[in-house]
Ligand binder design. Structure first.
Ligand SMILES: [Zn+2]
Ligand SMILES: [Zn+2]
Length: 317
């Protein structure tokens, strides 16, 4: 994994144009075009001239905005399932998209990262693909490790459950372009360094490390008794916070273990054994009808760094 903080501004500028990953299809624009986030927001010109003139502006550009579209492990009238919008252009999981984002916001989406193929993380992929088609958007990367990508393509976009949007409106210029990720291999999407990290769940699943400008966060996705994630979290520099799956109260640890999730007690044990109790951790993926109990339990623990992700909020780092 690269460390942007150790590179020069010149190297950082170059990052907006290149990627360390490979693009499986020349039709995919995500890693081949200049990074619009940077270019669009600079006043004029290109290249280092602009870079020299706009150093303060560049620092502002380092911030990543994370919009929480949904952060629960189930759906009720008040609770939406997992989906985070990074810098307006990259979706991290697609549980909740179409009922929250308007047309102008949907048009900005260039890539969708999928942690795993469970329904609550891909629920809005069909409506998203359909809406993007209607809005004239093409070449949006559907990025996941191959075991996850294979399931989504074989069981969702298969012309049975839903049309195959990797061939619509044409195989040459489809709405969705599959973008296989390699475990623990970093790619740059929209100026953000993205690294999938396999975790223990009931199906193939990856957590994600997201970094930009030497700072970043980690998202456990759905994860139970996993070790690798926490080892990486311990050694990773510039980690601003961790988004961690706590689905059940501690009295239901057997259910949590069986279903590949965590409880507050399990989370605290992980943080303690990896020396991470001083890090900010946002709990996500609570099952709606256990929220109150989980919140009460965490409050009684007295761990001031463990907080709760809130649907509709925006976090920046
Ligand atoms: Zn799951
Ligand atoms: Zn889930």
């Amino acid at each position: 994994m690269s460390d942007v903080s150790r590179t020069s501004y010149r190297r950082f500028f170059e990052m907006f144009y290149v990627t360390s990953g490979s693009c499986p299809s020349l039709a995919c624009p995500v890693v081949l075009r200049p990074k619009s986030l940077f270019i669009d927001r600079l006043p004029t010109g290109t290249g280092e001239k602009v870079l020299d003139r706009s150093r303060p502006y560049l620092i502002e550009c380092l911030n990543v905005k994370i919009r929480i579209l949904g952060c629960y492990g189930g759906v009720t009238h008040y609770h939406r399932v997992t989906s985070f919008l990074l810098d307006d252009s990259v979706l991290l999981d697609a549980g909740t998209v179409s009922e929250v984002l308007g047309a102008d916001e949907l048009k900005k989406i260039r890539a969708v990262l999928v942690s795993h193929a469970h329904w609550d993380h891909i629920r809005d992929l069909p409506t998203l693909a359909d809406n993007l088609f209607s809005l004239g958007c093409r070449g949006i990367a559907l990025a996941a490790v191959k075991p996850v990508l294979d399931v989504v393509l074989a069981h969702l976009f298969n012309d049975k459950i839903y049309p195959d949007f990797t061939r619509i409106p044409s195989p040459e210029s489809p709405v969705i372009v599959p973008f296989p990720l390699e475990a623990e291999s970093t790619v740059v999407l929209e100026g953000m360094e993205i690294t999938p990290v396999p975790v223990s769940h009931t199906v193939a699943c990856t957590a994600f490390l997201v970094k930009k400008g030497g700072k970043g966060f980690m998202f456990t996705a759905d994860s139970g008794h996993t070790e690798r994630f926490w080892k990486i979290a311990r050694k990773e520099t510039g980690l601003e916070f961790i988004l961690a799956d706590v689905s059940f109260p501690s009295r239901m640890e057997d259910v949590a273990v069986m279903s590949g999730h965590m409880t507050p007690t399990m989370l605290r044990a992980r943080l303690r054994s990896y020396g991470l109790l001083d890090r900010t951790v946002y709990i996500t993926h609570m099952k709606p009808f256990f929220c109150e109990e989980i919140i009460g339990e965490v409050a009684s623990m007295g761990e001031k760094n463990i907080r709760f992700l809130e649907q509709g909020e925006t976090i920046t780092f």
